[in-house]
Design a protein around this ligand. Structure first.
Ligand code: XLS
Ligand code: CA
Ligand code: CA
Length: 446
């Protein structure tokens, strides 16, 4: 990957971030993420395929419902298209300096919305050209793009699930343009996240019709994408709520049921965001496992929530226990395929130094690197897997195997139980396994 700076350098005080190891006291270096290090036959960078998120890193300014933004970005021009160009420069300078191979964006993150559909389409076409040039110079690639169908007031009642067909058609115009941009940029995936695809009251909502419309909308998007040469993966990103009270793509299990019902599971996989999974009261690894078990794990939005807050805080990942569990699933899945690890995470609004954006991403990348190295060791030692397979061994032979093979009736099961008498108590040994994880993680601490 070459080094990119546009006309103006936006992060002049930061040089390319490199691996300096855990002993380094340079906050702008990797302590554990060593991009070229090979783990399980694959470079670390190829395990993760790290991506920077346009919206949090180059658009958001730290505003919240109680106060204005705190960040003043130096990439604001004198008109919207100039800002778009400067923002693109900032993104590619950041990605190359932080040694990230990918980026992700919503249409309106990168290109300003115009006064008409035609003008909006033209803006995106122009910005796509700019992005393509920057991709070619820097080597940074598009992990995925998406259409923002939740911010504009026209989407207050939903986009593909809006009770008004006219709004649905408007949303379709955005997806069409975003897919064209994706194909032009050689995007590897296309994501749908439906922030307004849900309801705030059942009294005014026909859930059955809305979900049917969503399915038809996704089919139309799939068919158009395939017709213009998009051969990457379509993805749905689950989230249970926020901004809607209830979102139809509630969690991985719900989305998989929906995809299967409508025959969309051949083209679609899931993009799992850590903080969305915890909002649904599951652990991050839970939804990764649900997807991996069904062969539908697509990509990951890497972040975390705050244990004391019940909302989507989108913090950078720092919890190594979480990344160990996540990487165990991802390694066993054979990687993420066309997907990657996108930092859908934002700085706290009082982290206001330009270098903080680098420090936050470095922390996230190091946290996943630790997760990978520890997960690799756990899988190598094999004790956890061994424990789990022993736990189910009664199904591997004899009557248990006959049951799995569909050979036993309910009456046969009853007769087996009578013959065996009361089952012995068998411990689940959770604490022993938890202690073992700590032992593997901290065995070098003296
Ligand atoms: C918001 C979502 C969003 C998607 C892309 O909560 O995470 O950013 O990833 O639309
Ligand atoms: Ca996300
Ligand atoms: Ca989020």
């Amino acid at each position: 990957m070459s080094y990119y700076t546009g006309e103006k350098e936006f992060f002049p005080n930061v040089k390319k971030v490199t691996f300096e190891g855990p002993g380094s006291d340079n906050p702008l270096s990797f302590k554990f993420y060593d991009p070229e290090r090979v783990v399980r036959g694959k470079k670390m960078r190829d395990h993760f395929r790290f991506s920077v998120a346009y919206w949090h890193s180059f658009c958001a300014t730290g505003g919240d419902p109680f106060g204005n933004g705190t960040l003043v970005h130096p990439w604001i021009g004198t008109n919207p298209m100039e800002t778009a160009r400067m923002k693109a420069d900032a993104c590619f300078e950041f990605a190359t300096k932080a040694d990230m191979d990918f980026y992700c964006f919503h249409d309106i993150d990168a290109a300003p919305e115009g006064g008409s559909i035609e003008e909006t389409e033209e803006n995106l076409r122009l910005v796509t050209k700019m992005l393509k040039e920057r991709q070619e110079v820097s080597g940074v690639k598009l992990l995925w793009n998406t259409a923002n169908m939740f911010s504009h007031p026209r989407y207050m009642n939903g986009a593909a699930t809006n009770p008004d067909f006219h709004v649905l058609a408007y949303a379709a115009s955005q997806v069409k343009a975003a897919l064209e941009s994706n194909v032009e940029l050689g995007g590897q995936n296309y994501v749908f996240w439906g922030g307004r695809e849900g309801y705030s009251s059942l009294l005014n909502t026909n859930m059955k019709r809305e979900q049917e419309h969503l399915a038809k909308f996704l089919m139309a998007a799939r068919d158009y994408g395939r017709s213009i040469g998009f051969n990457g993966t379509f993805m749905i990103e689950p989230k249970p709520m926020e901004p809607s009270k209830h979102q139809y793509d509630y969690d991985a299990a719900t989305v998989i049921g929906f995809l299967r019902k409508w025959g969309l599971d051949k083209d679609f996989k899931l993009n799992i965001e850590a903080n969305h999974v915890t909002l649904a009261n599951h652990s991050f690894a839970h939804d990764l496992r649900v997807c991996a078990d069904e062969g539908l794990l697509g990509s990951v939005d890497a972040n975390r929530g705050d244990p004391q807050n019940g909302w989507d805080t989108d913090q950078f990942p720092t919890d190594v226990y979480d990344t160990v569990e996540a990487m165990m699933v991802i390694l066993k899945n054979g990687g993420l395929g066309t997907g990657g690890l996108n930092f859908d995470a934002k700085l706290r609004r009082n982290s206001t130094d330009a270098e903080d954006l680098f420090i936050a991403h470095i922390g996230g990348m190091d946290t996943f690197a630790l997760g990978l190295l520890i997960a690799d060791r756990l899988l190598e030692e094999g004790k956890v897997d061994q424990f789990v397979s022993n736990r189910y061994s009664s199904f591997d032979s004899g009557a248990g195997k006959d049951f799995v093979d569909g050979k036993l009736t309910l009456a046969d099961l009853r007769d087996y139980a009578v013959k065996q008498g009361a089952p012995k108590q068998i411990s689940g040994k959770q604490e022993m396994l938890e202690n073992y994880i700590n032992q593997v993680m901290f065995s070098t601490v003296k």
